[in-house]
Structure formats: C-alpha cells, structure tokens
Write a protein that binds this ligand. Structure first.
Ligand code: PLP
Length: 393
C-alpha cells in the first residue's frame, strides 16, 4: 500500500495495490489455482502462517487480496474476506460466529435469503432467532435474550429505508455479550462506516454499489479485529465460498469510481425524490434525503449522504404499479440495485408476487410500492421518463 493514501478517495484509488515483478499500476489477474513454494521449508512456513506466501487460491490470491485490502481500508477494519456472493458473506458470518444454543436478534425486513437461511436452516442446528424492527431501540432491546450472541442489522433496510442507530445497537449488543454484524449493502462504505460506530463485522453484497456495474455477483466482509477476521477467513475457506481472481479484478475496477458514481446518483436521486413527492399520482415517497423521512436526522448523523435508493407508493395500487413498469423506457425493469443504470421494481407484481397479500402488507410491501435504484443517467431524462410513464395517455 502506498504511503500517504489517507482520505477516502485516495484509499479508494490506491489501497490494496499489490507489488508485482513488472511495476503494473493495476494489480494483475493472478489466474492460477495454486502457487509454487521455493523449497520444502518455504512450504512449511506458508502452511504454518509464518510468512504471507500464497498457497492455493481458495485460501488467498494476490488479486483477491488487493480488493480485500482496499475494502478493509475503506471500512476502517483490520482486514476483509471476499466471497463468491453477498449470500456467501452472510453464510460466512453466521457459520463463523454462531453455534448451537446461540440466539440472534435480526432486523425484521432483512434481505429475504438471509432470514430463510437463519430460520430454515440454522434453526435446525440449534440457532434461534428473533426478528425485530431494529430501527426501534426498545424493540431491539426487548428481543435480546441472555443467550443472544449476535445482533444482525441491515441499515438502511429494504424497501422502506429504515435506519438502525448503529452506535446504540453496538452498545446494546456488547452489553449483552453479543457481536454486532451489519449488512451495509444499501449504503456502501462511501456513505456509512459501521466499524467506526462500534460494529464488529460489516458485510456487503458487492454485486450492488461496490462493483456498481451490474456485471458481477460477489460479497465481502470486513472485521474490527484480527481474531474475528481469522474466524471469518477460516469459515470462508472451509465452506468454499471464495471469490474468483477475475471476479475480484472486476469488482476492484468498479470500486475505484465509487465516490464519483455515488455523488452523481445521489444528486439525481434527491431531485427525482423531490419531483415524485409533488406528483398527484404518488401517495408518499421514502427517501433518506427528504425531511419527510422519519429518521432524517439519525441518517444525517450516521451517514455521510442519503444515497440513491428511493421507494414510493402509487395511489393507484397494483394496476398503477404494473402500468408504470410497462411504460418506463429509460429505467430498466429489473431487481438488484446500485449500478450505473437506473433500475425500477414493483415488489407486489414482481419479487413478492408469490407472497400472500396479507403477508406482503405485514412486510410493508403495499400494492402500489415501487423501488427505484437511481443510476448516473441525465437527471432530466429520468424525470421525463417517469413523467411520461405516470401520466395517463
Ligand atoms: C443483494 C443483497 C444481498 C445478497 O447478495 P448477493 O450478491 O445477491 O448474494 C444481501 N443483502 C442485501 C441487503 C442485498 O441487497
């Protein structure tokens, strides 16, 4: 790592650069499964962890290390572990840090598969879990049990952008002998650094803002201290959910423009959110940057910006949602988020169409709810696209 790379943007561009024999400015793709030892003694030292030498790509690889070191620097952690997907990171955190008899308190609106893995599979191994609105500190406190060993928080949450107070959550968790693990995917390290607020582990689906170009699926975890990092790395290598060198190269390439992409997307999102709030077809808008967001002040304290995710409710319900999806021309009809292209999604007719209407309502997914991941197109074009899609022919 180059000396003097201190500010976030300098770290973004320079952290993690790995030396190679030719002075490559960019860490090359070390597309190799295994690494030759210089001698039997060198091999023994590598296995004993006495040198930094590489052994086998599932255990570590210079291209993957470059990305891990960069994210660790951005998250102000002691190191990071890259995984094959965001769910690989979630699985690694669960399996590395929990055992039978433990209890977990989790954000109720947590990413669906994170909850299914916990309730449907870890429960069978004796890990109990309770789901609470963690944006409500009392609700989180009441969900704790003596055997709670992990508080697992997703903030901002999906789709309603609820914010959990990370500083308070860390205090609650630690006073109870539990770790605080944060899925920070919706914020990216550009907007929020959970480790600096007291979290023990922060994880991301790098598929979203970190890679930012909708062309890679991947995940990463960063840890507060070396003993946590070691547990995470060990579990990642045992479960085999390692990132691939080519994947790591692409993610690291995308990551370098995180600040530029976020600033632009966020500026456009602010404009689109204000515009939507004034539309007669729209019942309400949930955007962290609007004063109407119920936790606008907490967000301003905990995050360095409101980000690029907007949810809004159409007065016309299901039919209005379907019509909007069919009429947009610039925004792309797709799930996922955090890329340079604007994506639009209608949970009631798309991701959550298989969920019973009553359960959908309980999860805060109303029939007219639309989620927008704002990209970096011209703001005027996006507003015009939404206008022509919302206005009756
Ligand atoms: C997408 C997502 C995940 C899962 O990530 P994958 O890369 O799809 O495995 C986890 N958490 C959040 C908040 C996500 O948005």
């Amino acid at each position: 790592m180059k000396a003097g790379a201190r500010g976030f943007d300098s770290k973004l561009v320079h952290s993690g650069a790995q030396d190679d024999a030719h002075g490559s400015v960019v860490t090359p793709i070390y597309q190799t499964s295994t690494f030759a030892f210089e001698s039997a003694a060198h091999g023994a030292e590598c296995f004993a962890g006495k040198t930094d030498g590489y052994i086998y790509t599932r255990l570590g690889n210079p291209t993957i290390r470059a990305l891990e070191d960069c994210v660790a620097a951005l998250e102000e952690g002691c190191g990071a572990v890259a995984t094959s997907s965001g769910m690989g990171a979630v699985t690694t955190a669960y399996l590395a840090l929990l055992k039978g008899g433990d209890h977990v308190v989790s954000t109720a609106s947590v990413y669906g598969p994170s909850r299914i893995l916990m309730e449907g599979h870890l429960a069978g191994f004796g890990v109990a879990s309770t789901y609470a609105d963690t944006s409500d500190l009392d609700a989180m406190r009441h969900a704790l049990r003596p055997e709670t060993r992990m508080v697992y928080v997703e903030t901002p949450s999906n789709p309603l952008m609820q914010i959990t107070d990370l500083f308070a959550a860390a205090e609650l968790a630690h006073a109870n002998g539990a770790l605080l693990v944060v899925d920070s995917t919706f914020a990216s390290p550009y907007l929020q650094r959970p480790l600096a607020l007291g979290a023990d582990v922060v994880l991301h689906s790098v598929t979203k803002f970190i890679n930012g170009h909708a062309d890679v699926v991947g995940g990463i975890l960063a840890a507060r201290d070396a003993s946590l990092l070691q547990k995470l790395r060990k579990m990642m290598t045992l479960t085999g959910c390692n990132m691939d060198p080519h994947q790591a190269f692409l993610v690291h390439r995308g990551l370098k423009t995180l600040s530029l992409r976020m600033e632009r997307a966020q500026a456009t999102a602010g404009r689109v959110a204000h515009w939507l709030e004034a539309r007669p077809e729209v019942d309400w808008v949930r955007y962290i940057g609007l004063p109407s967001h119920p936790q606008h002040e907490l967000a301003a304290r905990q995050m360095s910006g409101p980000g690029a995710m907007i949810s809004f409710e159409l007065k016309g319900g299901l039919a209005a949602g379907e019509s909007l999806m069919n009429r947009v021309k610039l925004a792309t009809l797709a799930v996922s988020l955090g890329g340079v292209e604007t994506l639009i999604e209608h949970p009631a007719s798309m991701t959550h169409s298989g969920v019973a209407p009553k359960e959908r309502a309980q999860a805060g997914i109303s029939d007219g709810l639309v989620r927008l991941s704002v990209g970096i197109e011209d703001a005027d074009d996006l507003v015009e696209d939404l206008r022509q899609a919302l206005e009756p022919a």
